[in-house]
Design a protein around this ligand. Structure first.
Ligand code: SF4
Length: 460
């Protein structure tokens, strides 16, 4: 397969600016105060009437150790009993939300993330899935996408076996980097054998898809060291591989203050790590899905890309539409119809709120017609690297050139620079523009001028 990307360092320097990665539009950073539980209840009731399929996301925030690069909502504790009041609150939230939905609405996707979901013991994991099954209609025939994030340091064969028995058929392993020097610098010591053991278990137990997460741009990483990590990971043959770029924002994420700026690769090395990883993965037979997501051709993402059903959701690329997303747990995001909201990130407030039988959302927004239109435009670009104006005009009853007249100057500049090909019928993202796809999408982001750049890092 020819390289779908051309690396132009000058273009990347010019266009790779801090901004959202568009797992959602509008970005959760745009959510505002003033939403109340009744707003979510109304949205859930509308979902029931419309009979839309569901996705569930459950957040388990606990971790036994802190990784210095972490930007997740988590609680670092070795005290496993801290999970109990949290699980009680979670169960209450499951009851309160499912009450407004119909059993005819099937759960097409379930994802448990964290934190570290396997911080929970086996009994707690079983009970959590049982509660979900009691409240929602989960598929029992292994056809839906039910996934869970696994820290290989916190899981073994029996845990992977339990998860398969509970109905999970996809698994994502956090690896980040296998080099001992890098692991020391990020406070995440994890041997290749630990990862290999859970990989072997997932294979033996016939998980349908195994993903491995890696991060580039970490302290003490070099192009050579990361190439060795990637070679070892490729040897494990995961179906999917996600390459995240490290975003150093120590003012926002306190553990990152332990990372020395002097140990971070400079921007040229970061780009070289990404560029050579890209080539290494393509040479190993992986397909680039988009935004650092790679998959083997026979994985469902590769197939979705081929038949045009690729979509992007809060957990990254997915095959097929997400349906209404119900976020459960501290900081979890829900997207139900046009209503998007996020739960509080404060675990005490979350638990207190649910003890009082009150949903714990604290910020959100109701999408406008303009938000809906722009979301489709952005997702088309992210998933297909092209946009046909006629499709958007037909679907939304607009004249594209008039509606987006404000963007025209910027799009023409991208065209002159060889990032996109702009014609009267549409936009095609050129190979030199593919690494800059988020910057292309930003042209259609109505909030781009109010984005707080301090909340984001560059994409590459
Ligand atoms: S990176 Fe994952 S395992 Fe590490 S502290 Fe953050 S949430 Fe926990």
């Amino acid at each position: 397969m020819s390289d779908p990307v051309r690396w132009d360092a000058g273009l990347i320097r010019r266009y790779d600016k801090a901004g959202p990665r568009y797992t959602a539009y509008p970005s959760p950073a745009q959510y505002a105060d003033g939403v109340v539980p009744a707003d979510l209840v109304t949205a859930l009731q509308e979902s029931r009437v419309a009979g839309r399929p569901l996705s569930l996301y459950v957040h388990i925030p606990f971790c036994a150790n802190v990784c210095y690069y972490c930007a997740c909502t988590k609680i670092i504790t070795k005290d496993r009993s801290r999970a109990q009041p949290y699980l009680q609150a979670l169960e209450r939230e499951i009851e309160l939300t499912s009450h407004h939905l119909s059993r005819a609405q099937r759960v097409e996707r379930l994802h448990i993330g964290g934190g570290t979901p396997t911080f929970l013991g086996h009994d707690d994991l079983r009970r959590l899935v049982d509660r979900l099954r009691d409240a929602f209609t989960l598929h029992e025939d292994d056809t839906a996408d039910y996934s869970i994030e696994i820290d290989p340091r916190e899981a073994d064969w029996p845990t992977i076996g339990l998860l398969r028995e509970l109905g999970f058929n996809r698994v994502s392993f956090g690896v980040q980097d296998l080099d001992p020097e890098v692991q020391r610098a990020i406070n995440r010591l994890q041997s290749l054998e630990q990862t290999q053991a859970v990989m072997d278990a997932a294979r033996a137990l016939a998980f349908r898809s195994v993903n491995i997460d890696l991060i580039y741009g970490l302290p003490r990483q070099t192009p050579d060291s990361f190439a060795r990590t990637l070679a070892s990971v490729i040897e494990m043959n995961p179906d999917r591989l996600t390459l995240y770029s490290y975003a150093h924002l120590p003012d926002l994420f306190l553990p990152q203050r332990k990372i020395s700026l002097a140990e971070l690769p400079d921007s040229d090395s970061r780009l070289e790590i990404y560029r050579s990883s890209f080539a290494q993965l393509l040479a190993a037979g992986y397909r680039h899905i988009g935004m650092g997501q790679f998959a083997l051709p026979d994985d469902s993402l590769g197939n979705a890309q081929e038949i045009g059903t690729l979509a992007r959701g809060l957990q990254g690329y997915i095959s097929g539409e997400e349906g209404d997303l119900i976020g459960l747990g501290v900081s979890a995001i829900s997207q139900v119809g046009d209503f998007h909201c996020r739960n509080t990130g404060d675990i005490k407030l979350y638990q207190q709120s649910l003890e009082q039988n009150r949903l714990a959302l604290h910020r959100g927004l109701k999408c406008s017609a303009d938000d809906r239109l722009r979301r489709v435009v952005i997702n088309e670009l992210l998933c297909r690297y092209q946009l046909r104006f006629a499709d958007i005009e037909q679907r939304f009853g607009i004249d594209f050139a008039i509606y987006f007249a404000d963007c025209l100057g910027m799009l023409e500049q991208l065209h002159r620079d060889g990032v996109i090909h702009l014609s009267v019928t549409g936009i095609e993202v050129l190979p030199a523009g593919r690494p800059l796809i988020a910057s292309v999408c930003r042209m259609f982001d109505a909030y781009q001028h109010v984005v707080d750049r301090g909340r984001y890092a560059q994409i590459l």
